[in-house]
Design a protein around this ligand. Structure first.
Ligand code: TYC
Length: 97
């Protein structure tokens, strides 16, 4: 094996960027509806959903979860579609982590 040529391939694995999804407070969406959204869209337990809803209500916004770009975008879209269907002005936003 005198003339063995070794080829080394440099493999760089990049973690996908992550995005935080927040719910925003407003004066019209009911607390029950926000809790339902947190349970159904963000898979929170009832107790955790109530805590997050109250944080949003008191502080203006609250973190619902951290996801890859497309999943975060889908969650925001689901919140807006459900809110519109129930005639609530509830808004969600996403921010790069
Ligand atoms: N502020 C709303 C109320 O008093 C409740 C609420 C909580 C609305 C969280 C939006 O993201 C929200 N009915």
């Amino acid at each position: 094996m005198a003339n063995k040529v070794e080829t080394k391939t440099k493999v760089e694995v990049q973690e996908p960027k992550k995005y935080k999804v927040f719910l925003l407070n407003d004066d019209y969406t009911t607390m029950d509806f926000v809790v339902d959204i947190l349970c159904e869209v963000f898979h929170k337990s009832y107790e955790e959903a109530v805590q997050i809803m109250l944080k949003v209500h008191r502080e203006g916004k609250g973190l619902c979860g951290v996801y890859t770009y497309e999943i975060a975008e889908t969650k925001v879209d689901q919140v807006h579609r459900l809110a519109r269907a129930h005639q609530f002005p509830l808004k969600a936003t996403m921010e790069e982590e």
